[in-house]
Design a protein around this ligand. Sequence first.
Ligand SMILES: [Zn+2]
Length: 150
Amino acid sequence: MSDDEKKLLDRILDRTTRNPVTGCWECSYSARNVKGYRCLSVRDRTEYVHRAVYTLLCGDPGDLQVLHECDNPRCVHPAHLSLGTNDENQRQKKERGRANNRRWATHVREQVAAMLAAGVPKTAIARQLRVTREGVTRFARRRKLAAAAT
Ligand SMILES: [Zn+2]
């Protein structure tokens, strides 16, 4: 790793916090933000931060995409990243039901989760947080599945 690369990695990891629940390294470093993904400029190119970290720590992914196993666009944990083709990425998105429905920001998900746990009716949650009731229902179902899987 060159000095420049080391500096870049340090700069990214300096702005990264470990999520105690998911283990994700959530990065707030970015020159730009594209679709929830953090970006930075590397040699005049716009690069996703998670891809830059992957390249620095694991090697150049070449034509492949760097995918998030944890489904958290801000995460740069090398163990949560995997390589895949564009097709695989699209399929994964579809399977996880986020092809046509934009993911909520983390703070919205946290709020919805807290309100569900407190027994607030879904309609009230939807109204208060300005999301759709269907979205809340889907979220609740996904969490139930996730809980059952562990
Ligand atoms: Zn992660």
